[in-house]
Write a protein that binds this ligand. Structure first.
Ligand SMILES: NC(=O)c1ccc[n+]([C@@H]2O[C@H](COP(=O)([O-])OP(=O)(O)OC[C@H]3O[C@@H](n4cnc5c(N)ncnc54)[C@H](O)[C@@H]3O)[C@@H](O)[C@H]2O)c1
Ligand SMILES: O=C(O)C(=O)C[C@]1(C(=O)O)C=C[C@@H](O)C=C1
Length: 287
């Protein structure tokens, strides 16, 4: 599988990193980048993440695309698909990298009905708290999972092309139904981001916030790294997955109430048992 022209919409951390790897693997000839941020496009051209830059989806920017890869905040998908519809070459594959998958499949189905067979929803479980073309890096997806949420009308060749693309950047393919996908990543990705944001807020609201931050060490650094993630990206993810996420926040409050009770009762046994269980789960996961 070799693509002559990949059209990348959203030339940021994820889309840019994938473009770099695909070029290096010889899987794409030219990459056309479309982004609403003109400065970001300039940086992407300078770093050779892309070969051509456009700020709009139109006949020129989408022309001759073998594949359109959408790597923008998840809530932009419906509009982007609507804008793409008139310009997509017939055999073109459309795929995305968004962190929530029900919304992606809904956008493909409702905005690209004539192309739906060739729309493949994917999600690499790799990333960082950085953003934009400057954050794009080689090797981001190597040995990382990539989830494919195939739909019932999926064209087999389109699916295989997307799988081949991710395997070429050494990602490990897993298949999940979109509802299940969103429930799982609400628990292991979206909830921890919410908790990190909430904790940083708690500190910021303290009267001596500056003093607290001045003395914060590696525990603070490790727990809050993801609170440095891009606010726009995460607003979209959290809202797209709001129902499951709100339930998880409710459950988290119960955990906090339990911890509070342990402290009020001075119950070392209960507290240690709680920590031992969490420690074991974390260690087993690491191994
Ligand atoms: N950051 C992560 O760790 C991570 C991991 C896996 C998947 N994702 C998903 O990947 C996607 C991109 O995230 P990212 O981290 O690369 O973000 P990013 O901010 O680095 O890149 C997104 C790019 O999209 C551009 N953009 C925004 N709206 C646009 C629009 N309407 N049209 C064209 N361009 C637009 C922005 O200017 C930016 O350059 C998101 O859907 C996110 O959920 C992120
Ligand atoms: O490493 C990080 O900073 C990430 O947030 C990466 C992370 C995650 O939560 O694991 C974030 C969002 C994704 O959709 C996939 C990966």
């Amino acid at each position: 599988m070799r693509m002559h022209r990949l059209v990348l919409i959203g030339v940021g951390l994820i889309g840019g990193s994938l473009a770099l790897d695909l070029k290096r693997a010889g899987l794409v000839g030219k990459v056309a980048g479309i982004d609403i941020d003109a400065d970001n496009l300039t940086r992407a051209l300078e770093r050779r993440v892309i070969d051509y830059a456009y700020t709009q989806i139109d006949v020129q920017s989408v022309a001759d695309a073998d594949m359109v890869l959408i790597a923008t905040p998840v809530n932009t998908l419906p509009l982007i698909c609507r804008q793409l519809a008139p310009y997509l070459p017939e055999r073109c594959i459309v795929t995305d990298v968004g962190s929530t998958k029900q919304l992606a499949l809904q956008a493909f189905a409702s905005e690209l009905p004539n192309h739906y067979l060739r729309c493949v929803a994917s999600h690499p479980i790799a990333g960082s708290d950085r953003h934009g073309a400057l954050a794009a890096q080689f090797g981001l997806f190597a040995q990382k999972k990539c989830i494919i949420c195939a739909h019932e009308h999926q064209d087999e060749t389109a699916l295989q092309s997307v799988v081949t693309m991710w395997q070429a950047v050494q990602a490990q393919i897993y298949y999940l139904d979109a509802v299940r996908h969103d429930a799982i990543f609400a628990a292991v990705s979206h909830l921890p981001h919410m908790l990190a944001y909430a904790y940083v807020h708690q500190l910021a609201e303290a009267a001596n916030a500056d003093e607290l931050l001045q003395f914060a060490g590696s525990g603070f650094r490790d727990f809050t790294r993801i609170a440095a993630s891009h606010p726009h990206i995460w607003t979209d993810i959290c809202l797209a997955n709001r129902k499951v996420l709100a339930d998880l926040l409710q459950q988290q409050q119960q955990e906090l109430v339990y911890l509070q009770q342990c402290l009020e009762q001075g119950d070392a046994q209960k507290l240690t048992a709680f920590f031992v269980k969490a420690q074991k789960i974390r260690e087993d996961w690491q191994n």
